[in-house]
Design a protein around this ligand. Structure first.
Ligand SMILES: Cc1ncc(COP(=O)(O)O)c(C=O)c1O
Length: 505
């Protein structure tokens, strides 16, 4: 045997013990931890007295761009830096008047669960550990809430984007006539295609991109006047594509679109999928859990017929970031799409490496945090009834906002209020499209800068819209009413400024 080059032999004094990162003084760390919890509780309980959002001062930005520290800093000082430079400048989504994008509020117990999950530092890849059973239980609870059968399974993932992308992978592997896992896409004789409405979230395009399908394989179809995909439009496109040599494999229905909050007619889409043998995936990132709202549930009938559903828990289940979920009607299709054998991950009869249904076999991730814990603790804390009340409240608040806008001559509702999203703009006689767009953009900016409320914006049929998405369990009726009043007051103020620029405001 060839002599191996030896490494330097260890010498006395070599560092074999000194690498520990635990605190020297556990009581000091305990005290700091208690202080963090106290400060957080104070912060949560006084949110309404603070601005909904505020810009980050230049000095803070400079500090946040400083170079990597070589020397250690005492943990108390690190925490002080957090209090000074980070705590005052969050997204704002814990605040009762935060309505931007679709970003949920989070709850105190949800946050503490994340602390516990991080403390335990479980890796939920699989194996014989409680975390796997907690995740499986959460998946079963969520499947039962959405009306999926017992054989359904799935995963807790980082969010709706990942859940949608993983769903597309399952659909592609299950509903195409070539072996995509072994032979790859280039073995397809007919190019696979999926269908969705023009209003569908762009994470589906990212998914098609990642899967190597290409953007042409996503056929975005026009919507009706209520921003919904009509089944006739869908069916005509499938028939046309088949004749043109495509291989249709999947339809993505929307349970609340991100732009205007529309809900596709899911039952009718399920009928089309059944007739054509296509996989029905529902992007319910926002609205799947809307089945809990008695007001919204009728519009979501058909969701329970989906082959897969992607939805977020950090949106309308108010769980702290991150937590999304993919449910697959027949979990075996998901397993077939992802499972593979590796020596070091093989299952033993006992010990940590035992147990069945390892979650890493259901998706692309191996190492996985214990995100299911905050969902488990939150659902236990509030019960389904608590969520039913909170979600229904948001639905009714959106309707109330829609009605207030319709009753206010200075405001115009730009889309029907289908769920929890409301799009509107300030209007004034004599102002044309581009001026109105500028004015409304400035209203959004001023609402943020003054810390009054945080709506976001979009374009509805070419018009700049102030967009309010309510996934906020802290919002009360008075917050909705103040938003309307502030939109009008700021609109009038800016209008006066536009008309008499020299006088200022
Ligand atoms: C309809 C819809 N689908 C998917 C997503 C993506 O979800 P996430 O941001 O959790 O990745 C969003 C995000 O807002 C969404 O509104």
């Amino acid at each position: 045997m060839e002599e191996q080059k030896s490494v330097r032999p260890l010498a006395p004094g070599d560092l074999l013990d000194g690498g520990g990162l635990d605190p020297q003084d556990w009581d000091r760390m305990r005290k700091l931890g208690h202080r963090m919890v106290d400060d957080l509780v104070t912060w949560w309980s006084s949110l309404d007295d603070r601005p909904a959002w505020q810009p980050i001062p230049g000095a803070v930005l400079e500090r946040l761009a400083s170079s990597v520290p070589e020397q250690p800093t005492p943990p108390e000082q690190v925490y002080e830096e957090f209090r000074r430079d980070i705590l005052p400048y969050p997204t704002g989504n814990s605040h009762p008047t935060f309505f931007s994008h679709v970003i949920g509020t989070g709850t105190p117990l949800g946050a503490f669960s994340d602390l516990l999950a991080a403390g335990l530092n479980c890796n939920v890849f699989g194996g014989h550990q409680a975390a796997c059973h907690v995740e499986r239980q959460v998946i079963a609870w969520l499947a039962s809430i959405l009306g999926l059968p017992l054989e359904a399974g799935g995963l807790i993932l980082s969010g709706g984007s990942m859940a949608n992308i993983v769903a597309l992978a399952v659909a592609l592997r299950d509903r195409t006539d070539f072996d995509v896992r072994r032979q790859g896409l280039h073995s397809a004789k007919l190019r696979p295609r999926l269908y969705c409405s023009s209003e569908t979230h762009n994470c589906l395009d990212k998914g098609a991109d990642l899967l190597g399908l290409g953007s042409e394989s996503v056929r975005r179809l026009p919507v009706d006047e209520t921003f919904r995909l009509a089944p006739e439009t869908l069916e005509a496109a499938i028939v046309q594509d088949r004749a043109a040599g495509w291989q249709p494999f999947c339809v993505v229905g929307n349970a609340v679109t991100v732009g205007t909050g529309a809900i596709d007619p899911l039952g009718a889409l399920a009928d089309v999928c059944k007739r054509h043998g296509l996989w029905l995936h529902v992007d319910g990132a926002i609205g799947a859990v809307g089945v809990l709202s008695p007001t919204l549930a009728p519009a979501l009938v058909g969701l329970e017929r989906a082959d897969s559903i992607a939805f977020d828990l950090h949106k309308w289940l108010y769980v702290p970031y991150e937590a999304g979920c993919l449910l697959v009607r027949d979990v075996e299709t998901e397993r077939k799409a992802f499972s593979n054998a590796t020596a070091y991950l093989s299952v033993l009869d006992a010990g940590l490496s035992s147990g069945d249904a390892w979650p890493n076999q259901l998706g692309p991730e191996l190492s996985r945090g214990f995100k299911a814990l905050k969902v488990w603790m939150s659902i236990k804390e509030h019960g389904v009834s608590g969520y039913r009340r909170a979600i229904e409240t948001n639905v009714l608040q959106a309707r109330h906002l829609g009605q207030l806008i319709e009753g206010q001559p200075a405001l115009e509702l730009l889309a029907p209020v289908s769920a929890n999203i409301v799009c509107y703009r300030f209007v004034s006689k004599g102002l044309g499209g581009p001026e109105l767009d500028t004015l409304n953009r400035r209203i959004v900016e001023e609402l943020h800068l003054r810390g009054l409320a945080v709506p976001s914006h979009t374009f509805v049929r070419g018009h700049f819209a102030i967009r309010v998405a309510i996934t906020n369990h802290r919002t009360r009726q008075s917050h909705i009413e103040s938003l309307v009043a502030a939109s009008v007051a700021i609109g009038e103020e800016l209008l006066a400024e536009m008309r008499h620029p020299s006088e200022g405001v």
